[in-house]
Ligand binder design. Structure first.
Ligand SMILES: Cc1cc2nc3c(=O)[nH]c(=O)nc-3n(C[C@H](O)[C@H](O)[C@H](O)COP(=O)(O)OP(=O)(O)OC[C@H]3O[C@@H](n4cnc5c(N)ncnc54)[C@H](O)[C@@H]3O)c2cc1C
Length: 455
């Protein structure tokens, strides 16, 4: 088969690897002038790369760890202790070890014990997601741990991921987070270990590209799919967008078409739902049918707004600070160089200021300087000594389809990989459930999609 894959994120590259290995001729089309999608990196100078959006792995992320092994790079992944805090009531509260919970004064002593026991009970006994699919995390937590625990801990945690949709998130999602992400025996019971590839995520993408090309495939960056239609002679026709199309944004209808249509026997789209819908011509959309397309439209995404700052000194003692004070205009502070030592970056220090926002939110339209202006009072609340002069360099990234909103009953709304048109497949982050979407599950999804396509 001649197969086209739209998107060179982790799912697209993994699928292309497997399709190539199965003997198919694969072309990967990517809109961005680089690989990796949401896990893509940038050159921060001095020979160093960092992800545009903060990234780490959990010890339970076995699909991506197996891929590193298979690609001959097992030493690339390093596992390091992480440190976490909650910023609440004017200070940062360490939240790294179980003992920290007992010292967490924003909760009454009884609420602390109740919360600890409820988490333990869930981790020890709740093996199945089903009982958690029909209620919100909020309802479950208020019942099992009390209203205080939701207001001070879990509500803010969910807000850090789903913005103002926190109260609507399904308990199934939180069940996944609490039961699947870490080993609860041995050293990790006391302090969680997180993984980070020695030289960023980039070498993984390069290795995948090299393998795809060695199997005869092509990886075409800065070459988006602009139009997708059914070909007269059977299969599909793709018209690519001209070089630099990414400057026109995400909607493929705005990409100037370039060159003649290429024909493929099968197509796998790993792009977000709205992008997929915009690629289709009317005839192909009609063949897919309203039911499938409406299902795609019903899934909401929040956008990620991520400001990466290089600072001339350490900002906080923690890797990950959940901002539980709703007065602050951002939801998380991720100080990468409190996780990976600054010596790796010639002594330089990096802090991500994280936000998830609904589309159209005013913060999404600010330029880096204006955003820093808006964030500075909040940064000072966390560290009163902070000054603009600490900032050496800044980068700002926006990802419209960053986080599918996993509400109650989500499992029943997940779009199938098969679109209903033979040979046309869709695999994207909306299909990761009940786990939290991440690069590990993008590997799994890419493998599932490739297996379904060649079955
Ligand atoms: C703020 C943030 C923090 C995160 N933190 C972590 C973390 O700590 N650990 C972790 O494992 N994961 C994390 N993730 C999630 C992880 O990055 C994603 O789940 C994963 O990378 C998704 O891979 P994908 O291939 O499914 O999708 P994507 O990475 O979204 O890939 C889709 C690709 O399609 C391309 N594309 C779009 N339109 C077109 C077109 N018309 N033609 C061709 N290509 C097109 C896009 O440019 C993109 O490269 C984070 C994500 C965000 C936003």
């Amino acid at each position: 088969m001649r197969v086209a894959v739209a998107g060179a994120g982790v799912a697209g590259l993994t699928a292309a690897l497997r399709l190539g290995e199965a003997g198919h001729a694969v072309d990967v089309y990517e809109r961005w002038p680089g690989l990796g999608g949401q896990a893509a990196t940038l050159d921060v100078g001095g020979g160093h790369r960092l992800e545009r959006y903060y990234h780490h792995l959990f010890t339970s992320d076995r699909h991506i760890a197996a891929l590193y092994d298979e690609l001959g790079m097992p030493d690339e992944l390093e596992w390091r202790p992480s440190s976490m805090a909650f910023f609440l009531e004017g200070r940062s509260w360490p939240f790294t070890s179980p003992l920290d919970l007992l010292r967490f004064r924003p909760l009454s002593p009884l609420a602390r014990v109740r919360m600890g026991l409820a988490v333990l009970r869930l981790q020890r006994t709740a093996r199945e997601v089903r009982p958690f699919e029909s209620e919100t995390a909020r309802a479950w937590i208020v019942r099992a741990m009390g209203a205080q625990a939701y207001a001070k801990v879990w509500g803010p945690l969910l807000r850090g991921k789903f913005g103002d949709r926190a109260d609507d998130i399904s308990m199934a999602w939180l069940w996944g987070k609490l039961t699947m992400r870490r080993r609860l025996e041995g050293g990790e019971a006391r302090q969680e270990l997180l993984g980070y590839p020695r030289r960023s995520w980039e070498p993984l993408f390069e290795a995948l590209q090299a393998r795809i090309e060695a199997a005869g495939g092509r990886v075409l960056i800065d070459r988006p799919v602009a139009r997708l239609s059914a070909a007269e002679e059977g299969g599909f026709a793709i018209i690519a967008g001209a070089e630099g199309s990414f400057r026109a944004g995400h909607d493929p209808r705005r990409f100037p078409p370039d060159g003649v249509p290429e024909r493929y026997d099968a197509v796998l789209a790993t792009v977000p739902n709205d992008v997929f819908r915009s690629l289709l011509d009317d005839d192909l959309a009609a063949r897919i049918g309203q039911a499938y397309l409406e299902g795609l439209e019903r899934i909401e995404y929040h956008a990620a707004l991520c400001l990466l700052l290089e600072l001339d000194r350490r900002f906080s003692p923690f890797y990950w600070t959940n901002v539980a004070d709703p007065e602050l205009p951002f939801v998380g502070l991720i100080e990468h160089t409190n996780f990976v030592e600054p010596e790796r970056y010639d002594g330089r220090r990096f802090l991500y200021v994280a936000n998830y926002l609904e589309h159209g939110h005013e913060l999404l339209s600010l330029d880096p300087e204006a955003l820093i202006e808006r964030y500075t009072p909040g940064l000072r609340r966390v560290n009163p000594a902070f000054e603009r002069g600490w900032i050496r360099e800044r980068w700002l990234f926006r990802e419209p389809a960053a986080q599918p909103i996993v509400t109650v009953g989500y499992g029943a709304r997940i779009p199938p990989l098969a679109t209903g048109v033979p040979g046309l497949w869709l695999a994207n982050t909306t299909q990761i459930y009940p786990e939290d979407r991440g690069t590990n599950y993008a590997v799994r999804l890419g493998e599932q999609a490739a297996a379904a396509m060649v079955a």
